[in-house]
Write a protein that binds this ligand. Structure first.
Ligand code: RB5
Length: 145
């Protein structure tokens, strides 16, 4: 059974809470890393908590949310071994796993609907990495300075 970590800033707080309810009702183990209210906070802090949790093996994959998904993607992708993908449509949700072996799905709390996010997460969780030539490219990402 997969364990999913989830974190957001204030722009993603409402969507984060809905997703927590949704997955807990499905008996999926969730790790809620915050933020814990709609008070303004800084998305790099939330991204850092998520990246630490993924790298420490506290969860199998993560969900990050800010207003657009852009700021928190930029922040998370600064952290080594993290591949955070902004899932802006269903095909991208599949390709982020098949080609990029993404370990964090990112969403925009102010730009995407709950139904879209649930559908894309379903694709993300059920699509394996293809490996092969894609592994070579991921290995190259690890060498970037
Ligand atoms: C916060 O107002 C907003 O800037 C943030 O949630 C995000 O959209 C940044 O990219």
């Amino acid at each position: 059974m997969q364990k999913i970590a989830i974190a957001s800033d204030h722009g993603g707080f409402e969507l984060k809470e809905k997703l927590l309810d949704y997955y807990r009702n499905k008996k999926i183990q969730m790790l809620d890393l915050g933020t814990y209210s709609s008070e303004s906070c800084d998305y790099p802090d939330e991204a850092q908590k998520m990246c630490d949790a993924i790298r420490n093996g506290e969860a199998d994959c993560g969900i990050l949310i800010c207003g657009t998904g852009i700021g928190i993607s930029i922040a998370a992708n600064r952290c080594a071994h993290i591949r955070a993908a902004l899932l802006y449509n269903d095909d991208v949700a599949r390709l982020a796993r098949e080609h990029n072996n993404a370990n964090i799905a990112v969403f925009g709390g102010r730009t995407m609907t709950f139904d879209e996010v649930c559908r894309r997460m379903d694709i993300f969780l059920n699509t394996p990495f293809e490996g092969g030539r894609h592994q070579r490219r991921i290995d190259k990402i690890e060498t970037l300075k």
